[in-house]
Design a protein around this ligand. Structure first.
Ligand SMILES: C[S@@+](CC[C@H](N)C(=O)[O-])C[C@H]1O[C@@H](n2cnc3c(N)ncnc32)[C@H](O)[C@@H]1O
Length: 468
């Protein structure tokens, strides 16, 4: 591996914001850095902020792809990179200023997680350190990153995550997940599959589209360059290109939506029901992914959907995803604005830790600790209880989370049902297999659990409950 050389100061470098006339490569790294900082300092979401920054800075094609890879890779690998950096730095990481530490993480990712030659990775990171933290810190960054570059990732992993370490610690460092998440995921998936799951969380997710029935077809998406998706009858996979370049997506007839999200919504529409099937509700609808699909299916069946979310701006986003036949309101699902027993089908896609979507939101793993589980529990139980009251006897409720954590999934459902004798559990895996092609591996029922490593989807949980 060639040694990293000290870089000369680039002409016209300003210590502040990115230079408009800079080399694209500087702008690419600066853009990744700015998004990583915003995630760190103001709880920004990388998947929302990055596309806006790429647009503002005129980055497209390969430059946009590199900025995306650097941003997501650094956020994803932070746990592993911090363990390596801690061994390469004579300062404790917590004593390093936030911006400089983020430059070091970005540099470590380029060195250990990409094919960028080490000397270029170190050099560009040192330039960035000089720009955001000054010349003295650039020297420090150079010294640290040259040590990082002395080994490849496998060699570092043998040091920071040795085979004889305690399993949770080893997996936590090797797969860059906080220990509490490793433990929780192992409780949910089992010891045999935990490594595959953690590895899948670190893989780049495929972009899946939904062709909203009655508005677009998968054939239309194939013609636009998408490919068949394995499970959902309405899904297509986009292997390259920007979804916004597809007319059906631009016109709101199709959308980006994970296949498991599509299937849990479809399962609600197909769960067996006696009698009337006219009025459906989505109690946690924002920003409208599942509501968009439910509204499209409802229109074909002459049913109507009420889509509600407690956050007015999120209810506003739902409005854009549904047709005019759908009523959209901002309301607290635990304090119903509707009469009890009003609906035939209700979905509660409960607010949760999002541990099932770590592929798409890599920063989520660092954002909250295990206390989030306890904080969300009462709300999840309140929303499910309210949904069961909102559905008529014989009607069906889907309880959904984008987390496989047992305390957010089966424990919530079991707790709520323990207090009532008017609910029966339907076999969610059977209903899901009836709406999907070739779907297995969802568990033995009555609940269903999708997994990134088994299905290539988010780890979505589904319970289907019928009022008696
Ligand atoms: C997991 S997201 C829903 C995602 C949505 N179903 C979709 O497919 O796009 C959870 C939503 O619950 C909403 N929420 C949180 N507390 C709520 C409450 N008390 N009543 C209704 N909605 C609530 C949040 O604002 C958030 O939009």
């Amino acid at each position: 591996m060639p040694p990293a050389r000290g870089r000369r100061r680039a002409p016209n470098r300003r210590p502040g914001g990115p230079r408009k006339t800079g080399r694209p490569q500087d702008l690419v790294r600066r853009t990744a850095f700015d998004v990583i900082r915003a995630v760190e300092t103001r709880d920004a979401y990388a998947n929302l902020l990055l596309p806006a920054r790429l647009r503002d800075r005129g980055l497209s094609g390969r430059d946009a792809a590199l900025a995306t890879e650097l941003t997501y890779g650094t956020l994803r690998g932070r746990g592993t990179y911090d363990a390596v950096l801690a061994l390469c730095s004579d300062r404790e990481l917590r004593r390093i200023d936030g911006p400089l530490l983020d430059v070091l993480r970005l540099g470590a990712h380029q060195i250990l997680g990409t094919r960028i030659p080490s000397h270029a990775a170190v050099g560009t990171a040192v330039d960035l350190a000089r720009s955001v933290a000054g010349p003295g810190q650039a020297k420090f960054a150079n010294a640290v990153l040259r040590k990082v570059a002395a080994r490849d990732l496998d060699a570092w992993l043998q040091i920071v995550a040795p085979a004889d370490a305690d399993t949770t610690t080893r997996l936590s460092v090797a797969y860059s997940h906080p220990k509490w998440i490793v433990s929780s995921l192992r409780d949910a998936v089992g010891a045999d599959e935990i490594e595959e799951l953690l590895a899948a969380d670190n893989a780049r997710p495929r972009v899946t589209l939904v062709a909203r029935p009655g508005q677009a077809t998968v054939e239309e998406l194939y013609e636009a360059g998408a490919e068949p998706a394995p499970y959902s009858p309405y899904a297509a996979v986009l292997t390259e290109g920007d979804p916004a370049n597809i007319a059906a997506v631009r016109e709101g007839r199709a959308a980006v939506q994970d296949e498991a999200s599509q299937l849990v919504a479809l399962a609600l529409t197909e769960a067996p029901l006696d009698g009337r099937d006219e009025l459906w509700a989505d109690l946690c609808a924002g920003p409208g992914g599942k509501a968009g699909l439910l509204a499209a299916v409802a229109a074909q069946r002459d049913a109507r959907l009420l889509a509600s979310d407690v956050a007015p701006h999120r209810a506003g986003l739902v409005r854009r995803a549904v047709d005019d036949r759908t009523a959209v309101i901002a309301a607290d699902g635990t304090a119903p604005a509707w009469r009890q027993g009003a609906f035939d089908r209700v979905i509660v896609d409960a607010p949760c830790t999002g541990l099932g979507a770590l592929r798409r939101r890599p920063e989520a793993r660092w954002r909250r600790g295990p206390e989030a589980i306890a904080e969300l529990g009462p709300l999840q139980r309140g929303l499910l209880a309210s949904a069961l009251d909102a559905v008529r006897p014989g009607g069906v409720v889907a309880y959904v989370t984008c987390s496989p954590h047992l305390a957010e999934t089966r424990v919530v459902v079991d707790d709520v049902l323990r207090g009532r004798d008017d609910v029966e559990r339907l076999d969610a895996p059977s209903v899901l297999t009836s709406v999907a092609h070739d779907l297995t591996g969802l568990g033995n029922g009555p609940y269903a659990q999708f997994w990134p490593h088994r299905h290539g989807t988010d780890a979505m949980f589904l319970a289907l409950l019928r009022r008696t």
